[in-house]
Design a protein around this ligand. Structure first.
Ligand code: NAD
Ligand code: IPM
Ligand code: MN
Length: 352
């Protein structure tokens, strides 16, 4: 069971350390961890945010545990050298097109939500975000027009097979949950979204046990804070999924709680190859202070054990430990508490 650990930048290194401690505390014979450089750390040491040796390491492992990348000192670099290219490059190079971002309110945490507790208590949703297409990966550029104005552009597009494969992920996920799938798009304005909607509707005929509905993304953002309990599985494109999942995090209490799994078609001898990371970034505003919440990364490690290694028991064990810690009031600063990153890690380890 080979795991590539890519801590990255800022709080990425701090939260990954705690997730690694949790993995190492579990009875997982044959578990081997390898560490690689990504992001600004990769750029500083190897001249590239996704050095070839890091990509090779990722390809030779069964799963990746990823912290976060991003460093304000790199904002002036050419885009292909910026830290974010590490995560975008891994997603693209490894064909990780399906990003699962569960958001469920932990018992006892209803009061931490940005929403009213009685609204927050109903949240149990899974955002299925397409991860290999959309405006993220289209042709882009900046130029000065003939009359001297600067112009930037980014091409948004989806091909039908790209939509179909994520549709299947969404429908299958809904089958395993409450049987409701909400597809989020902007079909009233965008052709990309019209195709998205058409393909979702076509695919739905293969899943008579799933109820499909469609929402425009602006309405979906509103509904997510008005009545988030209505959502079971949301399937959406790369950009809308990015934005809606950060919003979902505050609906359940903190961005420091949301884990994610990114998967494609590659199988290993243990399960589906995947990359596991918190949904948050490198948080330069709190990096180096030892106060970041490592729970999202610890929960990402649980998703890894479930999806990439078929270790449901150990995954559930981690999730129960986190859940108990939260029930016991083990809070980092994002939840209004005073405990630091390592103390949160200790508390989860004690409850394993
Ligand atoms: P961010 O998610 O890093 O931080 C947003 C806010 O949430 C900050 O106030 C931060 O302190 C807080 N926060 C985030 N995670 C936290 C945690 N675990 N515990 C407590 N507080 C937490 O988003 P940003 O500030 O917009 O981006 C910072 C950098 O991270 C940028 O370079 C961005 O591109 C990058 N980024 C990377 C990833 C990734 O690696 N997958 C994801 C998102 C952002
Ligand atoms: C995320 C991040 C990334 C994204 C950035 C860092 C490229 O925000 O993983 O949610 O937009 O996908
Ligand atoms: Mn994001």
């Amino acid at each position: 069971m080979k795991i590539a650990v890519f801590p990255g930048d800022g709080i990425g290194t701090e939260v990954t350390r705690e997730a690694v401690r949790v993995l190492e505390a579990l009875p997982l014979p044959g578990l081997t961890l390898f560490e690689g450089d990504v992001g600004a750390a990769g750029y500083r040491r190897h001249g590239h945010p996704l050095p070839p040796e890091t990509l090779a390491m990722a390809q030779s492992c069964d799963a990746i545990l990823f912290g976060a990348v991003g460093d304000p000192s790199c904002d002036g670099l050419e885009r292909h050298l910026r830290p974010e290219q590490a995560v975008l490059g891994l997603r693209a190079e490894l064909g990780l097109f399906a990003n699962l971002r569960p958001a469920t309110t932990f018992a006892g945490l209803e009061g931490m939500s940005a929403l009213k507790p009685e609204i927050a208590s109903q949240i149990d949703m899974l955002i299925v975000r397409e991860l290999n297409g959309d405006v993220y990966f289209g042709d882009k550029g900046m130029r000065t027009t003939a009359d001297g104005r600067r112009e930037g552009w980014d091409m948004m597009s989806y091909a039908e097979d790209e939509v179909r494969r994520i549709a299947h992920v969404g429908f299958r996920a809904a089958q395993g949950r409450k049987g409701r799938l909400t597809s989020v798009d902007k079909a009233n304005v965008l052709e990309t979204s019209q195709l998205w909607r058409d393909v979702m509707t076509e695919t739905s005929t293969q899943y008579p046990d799933v109820t499909l509905d469609h929402l425009y993304v602006d309405n979906a953002a509103m509904q997510m804070v008005r009545a988030p309990g209505q959502f079971d599985v949301i399937v959406t494109g790369n950009l809308f999924g990015d934005i809606l999942s950060d919003q979902a995090s505050m609906c359940v209490g903190s961005i420091g709680l949301l884990a994610s799994a990114s998967m494609g078609e590659r199988m290993t001898e243990y399960g589906t190859f995947g990359l596991y990371e918190p949904i948050h970034g490198s948080a330069p505003d709190i990096a180096g202070q030892g106060i970041a919440n490592p729970m999202a990364t610890i929960l990402s490690a649980a998703m890894m054990l479930r999806h990439s290694f078929g270790r449901e028991a150990e995954a559930a064990r981690i999730e129960r430990a986190v859940s108990h810690a939260l029930k016991d009031g083990i809070y980092s600063s994002d939840l209004g508490g005073v405990l630091g990153t390592a103390a949160i890690g200790d508390a989860v380890l004690e409850r394993l």
